[in-house]
Design a protein around this ligand. Structure first.
Ligand SMILES: [Zn+2]
Length: 467
C-alpha cells in the first residue's frame, strides 16, 4: 500500500497556506471573454506556472497556439522504477474565469478572496481556481514530504475554458505526445453536496447561436413612422417565443428524436438521491412566488442531467439608458441549446436553422450564426480507475460518491478522452451553493479540503490499482 499519511499530515498543517495561494490566484482577473483582460490571462498563466515550479513540478511551460489563450503545462515523471512502470495521469483544470456580471450585486470585491463562515468568496474561487489548487495542493503535499509522487503526473491548466475552448483541439494535436496519459483527472465539476462527493459521468453539450433580425438602416421615430414600418424587436420576441412550448420543451420538430429515455432502474436511482426542493430553489435563487418548469414527472436532476434545454442568454435591442419612442433598426439575441448524450450537434444545428428561417415573420432580414458548439459526453464506469476514485473519495469525505450528470459542458473532455483513449475521472470542488458564473461565487472550504485529501488518496489508489 502507498503510505499517504505524511502527505495528508502536511496538507492538514499547511491548508491555510494553500488557501492563501488560492487567494493570490483569485486576485488576478483572468477573464478570457474580455480582450481588455488579455494581459491578466497571461499574468494568471505565469503566476500558475511560477507556483508549479515552486512546488517541484518540472518542464513547466506555457502552451499556446495561434489565436489561443495560454495554457500551463508541467509534469513530474519519475514514479516508475526498474521493476515496475507507473501509470501517468493528466490532471486538468482551467485558470481563466467568467466576467463578474453586475458588479454591484457582489457583496464582496469579486477579485479579492474573502473568507466568510466556511466559504471563500471570489470570482474563480471555485470555478476553477479552487479545482486547480486541489491538484496542486495534493502534488505539493507529496513532493514536500516524500520528495516523490506515487504516479507520474502531467498537469494541463487551460486558459480559455470559459469561452468554449476554441483552440483546444489544435493544442491537443500540436502537443499530442506531451499530453499522452493513461488516466485523466479533471476538476471542473460539482459535488452532489459540499459533504457528498460526486463523480460526473456525463456532460451536456452546447450549441450557442447568434440571431439577428433587421429591417431598417437606422432607428426611426415611432410616432412619425409607427404603423407601416416593421418592428424587429417585436419580430424577435415572437420568434423566440415560438422556440419552446408551454412546458419549456423545445418546439423544434424532431429535436428530441435522439434523446435516450431513462430506464425505470435509472429513474429509480435518481429518485433515491437525497433531494430538498426548497434548497434547490434557494441555491438557484428562484423568487418565492415563481414556479419551476415541469416536464411530466421528471425530477429537476433528470431534467438537468438527462434532458436537453433551451435558454435565451441575451436579447439586445436598445437599452434602458437609451429608452425612447423609437422603432429600432434591428434586434439581436443569443440562445443556447444544451444537448444530452446521443444528440448530434450538426443535426440539431440544421433543425434549429431551418426552424428559425421558417418561423421568422415575413418581411424581415434574418441572420443566424452558430457561435460555439460543444458535443455532449458520456462515459462507462467499468475501468478500474473508477473503483480507485470511489475508494479515494470515500476516504476523503467519509461518504460513498454519487455518480452524477452535469448540465454544463467542458470542451476538454470529449476530444481528449477520444484522442488519448484514457478514462476521464471528473471530480470537482463546486457544490450547489457555489454560484459559478453568477455573482458572489464561493468555494466551500471544508468540502475543498476533503477534495484535496481525496486527491492525495487518489494518486495512491491509482498507483496501486495499476499494479
Ligand atoms: Zn469551469
Amino acid at each position: 500500500m502507498i503510505n499517504t499519511k505524511k502527505a495528508q499530515d502536511y496538507f492538514k498543517k499547511n491548508s491555510k497556506n494553500f488557501i492563501e495561494q488560492l487567494a493570490r490566484f483569485v486576485a488576478i482577473p483572468s477573464i478570457s471573454s474580455d480582450s481588455a483582460h488579455t494581459k491578466d490571462v497571461d499574468r494568471s498563466a505565469n503566476s500558475v506556472a511560477a507556483y508549479m515550479r515552486s512546488i517541484g513540478l518540472e518542464h513547466v511551460e506555457i502552451l499556446q497556439v495561434r489565436g489561443g489563450k495560454p495554457a500551463v503545462y508541467g509534469d513530474w515523471l519519475h514514479a516508475s522504477t526498474k521493476t515496475s512502470t507507473s501509470p501517468t495521469l493528466l490532471l486538468y483544470a482551467h485558470h481563466d474565469v467568467q466576467p463578474t456580471g453586475e458588479h454591484n450585486k457582489w457583496k464582496t470585491e469579486p477579485f479579492k478572496a474573502v473568507k466568510k463562515g466556511d466559504r471563500l468568496y471570489g470570482r474563480g474561487a471555485a470555478d476553477d481556481k479552487g479545482g486547480l489548487m486541489m491538484h496542486l495542493a495534493a502534488i505539493a503535499s507529496y513532493l514536500k514530504t516524500k520528495k516523490k509522487l506515487p504516479v507520474n503526473v502531467k498537469c494541463l491548466f487551460e486558459g480559455e475554458e470559459e469561452i468554449g475552448s476554441p483552440t483546444l483541439v489544435k493544442l491537443l494535436t500540436k502537443y499530442r505526445k506531451k499530453l499522452e496519459a493513461d488516466v485523466m483527472v479533471l476538476s471542473d465539476t460539482e459535488n452532489y453536496a459540499a459533504d457528498i462527493p460526486g463523480i460526473t459521468i456525463q456532460l451536456r453539450g452546447l450549441i450557442s447561436c447568434h440571431i439577428s433580425i433587421s429591417a431598417l438602416e437606422k432607428p426611426v421615430h415611432s410616432g412619425g413612422w409607427g404603423g407601416p414600418i416593421p418592428d424587429p424587436a417585436l419580430a424577435m420576441a415572437k420568434l423566440l417565443a415560438k422556440l419552446t412550448d408551454g412546458n419549456g420543451r423545445m418546439a423544434i420538430p424532431n429535436v428530441y428524436e435522439d434523446v435516450e429515455l431513462l430506464s425505470s432502474e435509472q429513474r429509480a436511482l435518481l429518485k433515491k438521491l437525497p433531494f430538498d426542493l426548497n434548497k434547490f430553489r434557494k441555491h438557484a435563487g428562484v423568487l418565492e412566488d415563481v414556479e419551476l418548469v415541469r416536464q411530466g414527472d421528471a425530477t429537476p436532476h433528470e431534467m438537468i442531467w438527462h434532458l436537453p434545454s433551451l435558454s435565451v442568454n441575451v436579447i439586445q435591442v436598445s437599452s434602458r439608458a437609451q429608452a425612447s419612442n423609437v422603432i429600432m433598426d434591428s434586434a439581436w439575441a443569443q440562445i443556447g441549446i444544451r444537448l444530452v448524450p446521443n444528440m448530434m450537434p450538426e443535426k440539431v444545428i440544421k433543425l434549429l436553422d431551418d426552424f428559425l428561417k421558417k418561423n421568422v415573420e415575413k418581411g424581415f432580414r434574418l441572420d443566424v450564426k452558430m457561435d460555439h458548439v460543444l458535443p455532449p459526453w458520456k462515459t462507462s464506469i467499468e475501468h478500474p480507475a473508477f473503483r480507485a476514485a470511489e475508494r479515494a473519495l470515500k476516504k476523503g469525505y467519509g461518504k460513498e460518491p454519487v455518480y452524477m450528470g452535469c448540465g454544463g459542458s467542458i470542451g476538454f473532455v470529449e476530444p481528449f478522452a477520444k484522442a488519448l483513449k484514457a478514462p476521464a475521472l471528473l471530480i470537482g470542488v463546486e457544490d450547489p451553493e457555489t454560484a459559478a458564473h453568477s455573482w458572489n461565487e464561493s468555494l466551500h472550504l471544508g468540502g475543498w479540503q476533503k477534495g484535496v485529501v481525496s486527491m492525495i488518496e487518489l494518486l495512491g489508489e491509482l498507483a496501486e490499482s495499476s499494479k
